[in-house]
Design a protein around this ligand. Structure first.
Ligand code: DLL
Length: 430
């Protein structure tokens, strides 16, 4: 047994051997079952039997989000649909999500990986866990739900509710751990203050937060306002969901689950590995996934490997908190969206695309999104009534198609911030 559950520790040489064996079998599986990967291997003359060391992974080209999108919905599944027992998608918004599937065994492993993250974050079977992620196509809620049940904790699947209801449950059900996005935790914390409730009157001890970027300052604010220990955890649906990496109580970086995934960090421009400890784009290969394996998937997330061992004793390496993205994906309240999705809606409404800018702000812990549209003769008329009507239609379409409330404002011609000739599409003031 390589993985010692009691000590949660692993000998690195054994780990490399395990990774290699699992990589070899993943490569054979995708070559046999996924036409996209077979074509990629054949085109580049890659022999699926030619992987005798982990370095050989460099022979494989990267897989991008676009490759996944182009194979919507089931094109990259490596098993027939009858073996798939669960389906999730990559994003809270509509448009062209990435559809991911899980076999029974995938669910078992996912559950185990989330259980590890939970236990690293301080959770035991004595905890009462309030899950305040949206239950649905998003991987967050179900992922944590099964992991927490595996540990034997008591799970309250509240989902997203108004913060006052969350607080009532926190009080009445004696919740000891909150699981949500950091921004939602802050919203709950601020509501608590507004309601003049003393956080010490709650039973809350731990918070595990993720699905969106947050800062060390925000951690401190949440910890102070809720009187808890807050840890960061990271994951993505294309790879499995939550459970890819998580902090332990040392809070000095996120341990990566290297026995189930192979991690690389590359320079997003040159695509070469960064030098040791350098920041770059995280690239992940799944080693045990059956239904939806990915090889060298470019996550778009920027981070670095943290050198050295963690004082907690776990030998799984750590990455730093996610420092940003290489693309223009916006994460708002844990939901992911690309400016191109808003663009497509604007185009559909008017048959032309106005100049626009997306402004992100955080007010009392809640992310706000404002769409600034540039006035022009052929799109926006001078008639006030028509303008108001058009703004109403745009708001409604975005709310119904992307599930996001937006403020829409009109801007004077040529008043938008530019970098060179390009309008800055997204201004993040959070
Ligand atoms: O957000 C999975 C998840 C759920 C992780 C719950 C943690 C907790 P997606 O919706 O596919 O999956 O979004 C994945 O979210 O590529 C990152 O850009 C971002 N992200 C996830 N966790 C963090 C984090 C889930 N801790 C995308 N810090 C990823 C910063 C994060 N960004």
């Amino acid at each position: 047994m390589i993985w010692d559950k009691d000590k949660e520790c692993m000998v690195r040489e054994e780990l490399f051997q395990l990774q290699l064996e699992r990589l070899q079998s993943t490569i054979h599986r995708v070559y046999r079952n996924v036409p996209f990967y077979r074509r990629m291997f054949d085109k580049h003359g890659i022999d699926p039997d030619g992987f005798s060391s982990l370095e050989d992974i460099n022979k494989i080209p990267f897989t991008t989000k676009n490759d996944l999108r182009e194979n919507y919905p089931y094109g990259l599944f490596a098993v027939p649909l009858r073996e798939v027992v669960r389906i999730h998608t990559s994003s809270g918004t509509t448009g062209m999500p990435i559809v991911v599937g899980y076999t029974k065994n995938d669910l078992k492993i996912w559950t185990e990986l989330v259980a590890r993250v939970l236990s690293a974050g301080g959770i035991t079977k004595d905890d009462v866990i309030q899950i305040a992620f949206n239950y649905g196509l998003f991987t967050g809620a179900f992922g944590f739900h099964y992991g927490a049940e595996k540990i034997g904790a008591s799970v309250i699947p509240v989902s997203i509710e108004n913060p006052k209801k969350q607080i009532k449950i926190l009080q009445d059900y004696k919740t000891t751990a909150l699981i949500s996005t950091p921004s939602y935790a802050l919203l709950i914390a601020n509501t608590l203050i507004e309601m003049d409730i003393n956080p010490n009157s709650l039973s809350l001890k731990f918070g595990l937060f993720g699905a969106e970027p947050w800062s060390e300052r925000m951690r401190q604010e949440i910890e102070e306002k809720l009187k808890i220990t807050a840890t960061d955890n990271y994951g993505l649906s294309e790879v499995i969901g939550p459970g890819v990496a998580g902090e332990c109580l040392e809070k000095k970086g996120l341990h990566i689950q290297e026995d189930h995934f192979f991690f690389e960090i590359i320079d997003p421009q040159t695509l070469e590995p960064v030098k040791e400890g350098g920041t770059g784009e995280l690239v992940i290969t799944t080693l045990t996934k059956e239904a939806f394996p990915v090889l060298r998937f470019r996550t778009g997330d920027l981070t670095r490997f943290i050198p050295g061992e963690c004082p907690c004793g776990r030998t799984l390496r750590r990455i730093d908190r996610i420092m940003g993205r290489t693309d223009d994906m916006i994460i708002i309240r844990g939901m992911k969206l690309f400016p191109s999705q808003i663009e497509a809606i604007l185009y559909e409404i008017e048959g032309k695309q106005p100049n626009y800018q997306i402004i992100l702000e955080r007010q009392a812990g809640v992310d706000q999104i404002t769409l600034l549209l540039e006035m022009s003769e052929d799109i926006f008329s001078d008639v006030m009534r028509e303008q108001t009507q058009l703004i109403g239609v745009i708001k409604e379409r975005i709310a119904s198609e992307l599930g996001l409330p937006v403020n829409v404002k009109l801007a004077e011609k040529r008043s938008m911030e530019k970098v060179g000739e390009k309008i800055t599409r997204v201004i993040d003031k959070r």
